[in-house]
Design a protein around this ligand. Structure first.
Ligand code: SF4
Length: 414
């Protein structure tokens, strides 16, 4: 047997600190779930986390758990259990993985963090800005646990965002307060909300800076790194720990730039990843691109946790705007303009669309966008068919052929 080839992936030293932080986050929630000493709110990943934290809730994000199930490839064993309960194999595979995990009482959180299992919610809070699946997902648990299910309904496909949109969303955020007061046993505190929103805003600026460092040539970080390091920006936004973490990560990446260290040695091509990661293939993809000298420098996915309007004076306006100005909520025209700007900012020379079978919401290649953008920018593209969690929908061979085709197009055009 030959030696295993050396990995082309460069380790980010801050990863150890991030794992510690994430471990502490999960253990705190587990402690609350076991003892009932703190209330737990479940929140969708771009839901009103700041409002929940202002009431003292520990905030748990099941989409993060979905990604953990995908990365560990346990999703494959769990999805059929949800299908058997009537949750179709065609709907969000985060949902089916997570519901399957609950039904089978299997989760990597038990081994990784010593948790008892999925932590029971005291209240379930969604925002349909990303999709309707999140509401149906939380409704499953509402029926299981008989706890309040509340949320915000956001219009989709928006071009301009009007005052009427914002006023409606602000009113919906405020309408959550009575239930949150009742479940938490605390009175709403505007000053506390302002503090949490301010912290979340600082976190957002730091996360933006992390991603923007990838505009440097060569890039000190890849999309595959960012999908891991975005953890604190998702689950710990609004806490000092998240801010402290990104200061450490930024220092390391700036040092890489100062030392001329690239995330991908001999960076030849700079790609944009549009759509969800294929979680169970993340490492394989990172290895494959790095060994070809291709750096996936930017993505819609990782940039979707930049919430700059949180800097507004009014925290409700900040939350309403942040959670509706998102890429996923917007019209095709808006998305195209956004992507063109990203191509310029990050010096993109190739585009990869991931058509994720169970997430049409994050698959932007179904209505002619690749062709239109290619005509307007000349940036070549390929599309891979796959899925975020359900690897039965992913073909290694097709993906590899597509990735190689993109490299060939670029070499021919050079
Ligand atoms: S946006 Fe996609 S991946 Fe996220 S919850 Fe909705 S369907 Fe699932």
């Amino acid at each position: 047997m030959g030696d295993k080839p050396a990995s082309a992936i460069k380790k980010i030293e801050a990863t150890g600190l991030m794992r510690k932080l994430m471990g502490a986050y999960f253990q705190e929630i587990d402690q609350a779930a076991r003892t009932g000493d703190r209330k737990i709110a479940w929140c969708t990943s771009v839901g009103p986390a700041e409002l929940l934290r202002s009431f003292g809730f520990l905030v748990y994000f099941p989409e993060n758990h979905g990604a953990v199930l995908g990365s560990s490839r346990l999703a494959q064993e769990l999805i059929p259990a949800a299908n058997a309960r009537g949750y179709s194999p065609d709907i969000c595979s985060y949902l089916t993985s997570d519901v399957g995990s609950y039904i089978k009482q299997q989760t990597p959180l038990i081994q990784a963090f010593g948790m008892a299992g999925i932590p029971k919610a005291d209240v379930l809070v969604y925002n349909t800005n990303q999709c309707r699946d999140v509401q149906d997902w939380f409704a499953f648990y509402q029926r299981e646990w008989n706890v309040p299910l509340i949320g915000i309904d956001t219009q989709r496909g928006l071009g301009d965002i009007t005052r009427d949109h914002l006023d409606g969303l602000i009113a919906q955020h405020k309408a959550l307060i009575p239930t949150l007061e009742e479940v938490s046993g605390r009175t709403f505190d505007l000053d506390r909300l302002k503090e949490v929103v301010a912290s979340s805003y600082r976190c957002t600026l730091l996360w933006k800076k992390v991603l923007h460092l990838a505009a440097h040539v060569p890039s000190p970080i890849t999309f595959f790194d960012s999908t891991i390091h975005m953890g604190p920006a998702v689950v710990l936004r609004g806490t000092p720990e998240a801010e402290q973490y990104y200061a450490v990560l930024i220092a390391e990446l700036e040092q890489r730039i100062a030392d001329g260290v690239a995330a991908v040695d001999g960076e030849r091509h700079r790609y944009y990843w549009e759509g969800m990661p294929v979680w169970g293939k993340l490492r394989d993809h990172a290895e494959m691109f790095a060994s070809e000298g291709a750096c996936v420098t930017a993505s819609t996915y990782c940039n979707s946790w930049i919430f700059e309007p949180l800097g507004c004076d009014d925290p409700f306006e900040g939350m309403a705007r942040s959670y509706t100005e998102l890429f996923i909520v917007r019209s095709e025209d808006f998305k195209e303009q956004y992507l063109k700007t990203m191509f310029k900012t990050y010096g993109i020379d190739g585009m990869i669309y991931h058509d994720a079978k169970t997430c049409p919401n994050n698959s932007n290649c179904r209505y002619g966008m690749p062709q239109r953008l290619n005509r307007e920018t000349g940036v070549p593209y390929v599309t891979i068919n796959g899925d975020l969690n359900d690897l039965r929908l992913y073909s290694e061979e097709q993906a590899r052929t597509q990735f190689e085709a993109l490299g060939e197009q670029l070499r021919e055009g050079a």
